[in-house]
Ligand binder design. Structure first.
Ligand SMILES: O=C(O)CCC(=O)C(=O)O
Length: 204
């Protein structure tokens, strides 16, 4: 294989299906997009994430204490190379697809490792930075065992569950980070799940 051909083969081997997510409108201008089986090689992405990401445990300020958050994390910033070409490709595809609505590209890639059903993340919105005051998007790519993303309106109301399966894409958009909260609850039994969350600049 010559250089051009091998480059092309590499780029297509680690790609994702054409982006055509289905949108579900929540209340108050929030929405969630879902595309099942978006990644074409989720097994490979799973292995790369487990092996290549410099995982660390997370501590977070909650009320007046600093608590250990039960999952492992690492964030890749704009300039950092991502641990698998499918993720670089996913970020480019997401940026192109959502540009007319979002007005800017996805930049950072936050990674989370839920080792088993005891790992979780509590109710929160991504409201550090611009998500507190402006509409934004958070695009989540999931690999590994399925886990549920729960969403509920801030201040109370009926919650909505979206299963995030192996290779699925879930995008929270509109006012979602301000007017709704989300969580990944603990479950009795689960194998490992990894998630990559793409966010625009200055959204955490
Ligand atoms: O695990 C996920 O996909 C969601 C993670 C999340 O909500 C967060 O880190 O803010």
């Amino acid at each position: 294989m010559d250089f051009q051909t091998s480059l092309f083969a590499d780029a297509t081997a680690h790609s994702a299906a054409v982006l055509a997510p289905e949108r579900r409108h929540l209340s108050r201008g929030a929405w969630v997009d879902v595309q099942r089986d978006w990644l074409t090689d989720p097994d490979d992405v799973f292995t790369a994430l487990v092996e290549r990401v410099p995982w660390r445990s997370e501590r977070r300020e909650m009320y007046d204490a600093v608590v250990e958050v039960p999952r492992l994390v690492h964030t890749y910033l704009a300039e950092d190379p991502l641990p698998h070409p499918a993720l670089a490709r996913a970020r480019t595809d997401l940026s192109e697809h959502y540009l007319p609505e979002l007005g800017e590209p996805f930049v950072s890639a936050g990674c989370c490792y839920y080792r088993d059903g005891r790992d979780s993340v509590a109710w929160h919105g991504d409201t550090i930075g611009r998500g507190r005051t402006a509409d934004t998007m958070v695009a989540i790519v999931s690999v590994g065992d399925p886990r549920r993303l729960l969403l509920r309106p801030r201040g109370g109301g009926t919650s909505v569950a979206v299963t995030m399966g192996h290779g699925d894409l879930v995008v929270m958009g509109g006012t979602c980070q301000r007017t709704w909260e989300h969580a990944v609850p603990k479950v009795a039994h689960s194998g490992p799940r990894l998630s990559v969350q793409f966010r625009p600049l200055n959204v955490f």
